[in-house]
Design a protein around this ligand. Structure first.
Ligand SMILES: [Zn+2]
Length: 314
């Protein structure tokens, strides 16, 4: 039934321009065809792009920030509560803070560090210092780095506590709106990536799955857990690594959109060919921050809208 949705794609030409927020410098809109899938039937309506990326009430909006080879995802819930999942690398902290400020964010109700690698938690100390934060979630695993210590120090300085992210933990269970952790399902992985907090957000008929850098091991556990993995939008695990996003997992998720957060010409060769072909096999429409810039997906509870080509604002 998801496939029957009216899906609207809005393409924005990226504009890097002077600081004025509104009005100036927006170029002629272009519809961006996804790589290798031009003319796909999922796109059946095109609108002029809105200059304003401020979230509107009664909409769920998910912003996959273009933070290069890293992750940072802003989720604005229909009641305007805010979740931030990861904060990019250390150097991205000010970029993320600025983007949130520009979006009108004052308070972060749920802050998630998916796992302690720098490309996920690096900018979180800046975020914690800049905004009122209510709850912090991270998997129960330490990492002996300055970056990790900086985040813990910022958390302590704000008198916050870390709630351990783990499979089955429910963040929110309101009528029509649920947020739940689907991973990590274990507590003794060899690979830090497998500790990644995986979050499923469901708003009426829209669902989004954010997987951090979870790989095959965690994916197998999620499948075995019997959790409902199906989602319209999948944040592809581990920047599109070949060791993530197995065929079985993809079948279970069956995404309409697959968003890959990665840097242009990154050292890891992300996203890997194998992942791209597995996604193509599922006919998922691929969006990539290295090509599409910041990707914003909104849902009114029924229909999804996609905007690409936004600058993350630095
Ligand atoms: Zn990563």
């Amino acid at each position: 039934m998801w496939r029957m949705k009216r899906i609207i794609v809005l393409g924005l030409v990226a504009v890097m321009l002077a600081v004025t927020l509104w009005g100036c410098g927006i170029e002629t809109p272009q519809v961006q065809a996804p790589p290798g899938k031009s003319g796909e039937s999922a796109v059946d309506e095109v609108r002029s792009p809105a200059v304003d990326s401020q979230p509107s009430a009664s909409e769920l909006s998910v912003h996959f920030l273009d933070v290069g080879q890293a992750d940072s995802i802003l989720v604005v819930l229909p009641d305007q509560r805010v979740m931030l999942v990861d904060g990019g690398n250390n150097a991205d902290g000010p970029v993320v803070v600025k983007y949130l400020e520009r979006t009108g964010i004052k308070r972060i109700h749920y802050l998630v560090g998916t796992h302690p690698h720098e490309d996920h938690i690096g900018g979180l100390d800046d975020v914690i210092e800049a905004f009122e934060v209510e709850k912090v979630y991270m998997p129960r695993v330490a990492h002996n780095t300055r970056t990790y210590e900086d985040v813990l120090t910022a958390i302590k300085a704000r008198n916050l506590k870390v709630t351990p992210a783990r499979a089955g933990l429910i963040v929110l269970d309101d009528p029509g709106l649920q947020i739940e952790f689907l991973a990590p399902g274990s507590s003794d992985y060899k690979d830090l990536n497998q500790y990644s907090a995986v979050i499923k957000i469901t708003y009426i008929n829209c669902s989004i799955l954010l997987t951090g850098d979870a790989g095959f091991e965690s994916e197998e556990e999620m499948i075995a857990s019997g959790a409902d993995l199906e989602a319209d939008v999948l944040k592809v695990g581990h920047h599109g690594s070949r060791y993530s996003t197995s065929e079985e997992f993809l079948e279970a998720v069956s995404p309409v959109y697959a968003v890959i957060s990665c840097g242009k010409d990154n050292d890891y060769g992300h996203p890997h060919e194998e992942t791209i072909s597995r996604l193509a096999g599922q006919a998922a429409r691929i969006l990539r921050t290295d090509r599409d810039g910041t990707v914003i997906i909104t849902c009114d509870g029924q229909d999804l809208q996609v905007k690409t080509g936004q600058s993350s604002g630095d």
